[in-house]
Write a protein that binds this ligand. Structure first.
Ligand SMILES: Cc1cc2nc3c(=O)[nH]c(=O)nc-3n(C[C@H](O)[C@H](O)[C@H](O)COP(=O)(O)O)c2cc1C
Length: 170
């Protein structure tokens, strides 16, 4: 019997918009196939338990990770994430913060890559308008930016497309 790979989605249970979007991702992914973990309680044991991760990284403070991720980063930097796959999405506001659009996705991706993790779920920059973004690598985003402030109507389709991509890449 082959063991199926375990997948977790990690987001702050205390956010409004990120939580709602994360719940939508769980619905589309399939409730029985993914487990939700509160980002505010994430620890090394959680990262050891799963093979695949979807991480929610909304951008705050003009281009930074929210506090709950920041607090966990020192632990994360000590870990060996080899063999594990990470897909990162993040809420941001391309009109309000065009110079730091969804920077948190790129910041978290760098940390994960430095620890040997594999960042999957890259997406096209088409359809977004911004000046600069740490989420952009070459001609694409290293994760999935979602903009509930300006493009909420596009979110559902963006999630559906991304989830089917992840099912192939995980
Ligand atoms: C104080 C503040 C700073 C923000 N800074 C950025 C930013 O630098 N880049 C960006 O893309 N969005 C930025 N945003 C927009 C948020 O990422 C966006 O509102 C998001 O939906 C918040 O999600 P959450 O409430 O689930 O954490 C900022 C919002 C606030 C209130």
């Amino acid at each position: 019997m082959t063991m199926s790979k375990k997948t977790a989605i990690i987001y702050s249970f205390h956010t409004q918009k990120s939580k709602k979007v994360s719940e939508k991702i769980v619905d589309i992914y399939g409730k029985s196939e993914i487990e939700a973990v509160n980002a505010e309680e994430v620890n090394k044991a959680v990262l050891e338990k799963y093979d695949n991760f979807i991480l929610s990284a909304p951008t705050w403070f003009d281009g930074e990770l929210p506090n709950y991720w920041d607090e966990f980063v020192p632990d994360l930097e000590e870990m060996d994430l080899k063999g594990k796959k990470f897909a990162i999405f993040g809420l941001g506001d391309q009109k309000g913060y065009p110079e730091n659009f969804c920077d948190a996705i790129g910041i978290l991706a760098e940390i994960i890559k430095d620890c040997g993790g594999n960042v999957v779920g890259h997406t096209s920059t088409e359809g977004y308008t911004y000046e600069s973004s740490k989420a952009q690598r070459g001609g694409e985003f290293i994760g999935l930016p979602l903009d509930q402030e300006n493009q909420a109507r596009l979110t559902n389709d963006r999630i559906k497309k991304w989830v089917s991509q992840l099912k192939k890449e995980f």
